[in-house]
Write a new protein. Structure first.
Length: 168
C-alpha cells in the first residue's frame, strides 16, 4: 500500500509528535524519509542534579554553562542587515517575520517582481518561508519596484527592508 503525505498531513504529524513525549520517530515512503529525534529536557532530573551534593553534577552543569556562553552567535549576517539609506521619495517594504526570502513561487519559476515592475495592492511580491510554511507577501501599495535588496533564498529578519518602491 503506497502512502501519500501532503503538506498538511506532514504538518499535523510533526505537531502531534512535538506535543507528545516521543523522542525518536522515523517514517519512510517510496520517495521520502522523515526522521525526527528530540532531546526532551527533564526538569525534575535537572533540579535534582542541582540540589544534590554531587559535585560531579554541578561540574557538568558549570561546564555546560561556560560552553554556552562562549558559543558564537550564529545567524547574524553582517553586511545584509543594514539597507543603504533610502531616497525620501521611496517607501520601504519590510519583512513582517523572520524567514527565508524567495522571489518566485518555485525554483526555475519567473520571479513575482523585478526592478521596474508595476505592482498593485494585493499583488504577491515575494514569499517568506517560516517553519516550512510558505507565506505570500502582498503589496499594500500601487507602486513601481525601484530596488530589491535581498537575494533569493536569503534568511531575513523581522523588519528588514526587502524592497523599495515608488508609490504611484
Amino acid at each position: 500500500m503506497a502512502m501519500k503525505l501532503d503538506h498538511e498531513d506532514l504538518n499535523r504529524l510533526i505537531e502531534k509528535i512535538t506535543k507528545s513525549d516521543i523522542q525518536e520517530f522515523s517514517l519512510e515512503g517510496e520517495d521520502f524519509k522523515l526522521e525526527i529525534k528530540r532531546n526532551l529536557f527533564d526538569q525534575n532530573q535537572f533540579t535534582h542534579n542541582l540540589n544534590s551534593n554531587n559535585s560531579v553534577d554541578r561540574q557538568i552543569f558549570a561546564n555546560q554553562k561556560s560552553l554556552n556562553d562562549s558559543v558564537p552567535k550564529v545567524n547574524e549576517p553582517e553586511e545584509a542587515q543594514v539597507a543603504p539609506p533610502g531616497r525620501s521619495d521611496l517607501t520601504d517594504i519590510t519583512s513582517p517575520m523572520v524567514g527565508t526570502f524567495y522571489r518566485a513561487s518555485a525554483p526555475g519559476e519567473e520571479p513575482f517582481v523585478e526592478v521596474g515592475s508595476n505592482i498593485k495592492v494585493g499583488q504577491t511580491i515575494c514569499i517568506l518561508e517560516a517553519m516550512k510554511l510558505m507565506n505570500e507577501i502582498e503589496s499594500e501599495y500601487n507602486a513601481e519596484i525601484v530596488e530589491i535588496l535581498v537575494e533569493n533564498g536569503t534568511p531575513v529578519e523581522f523588519g528588514q527592508v526587502l524592497m523599495r518602491i515608488k508609490q504611484s
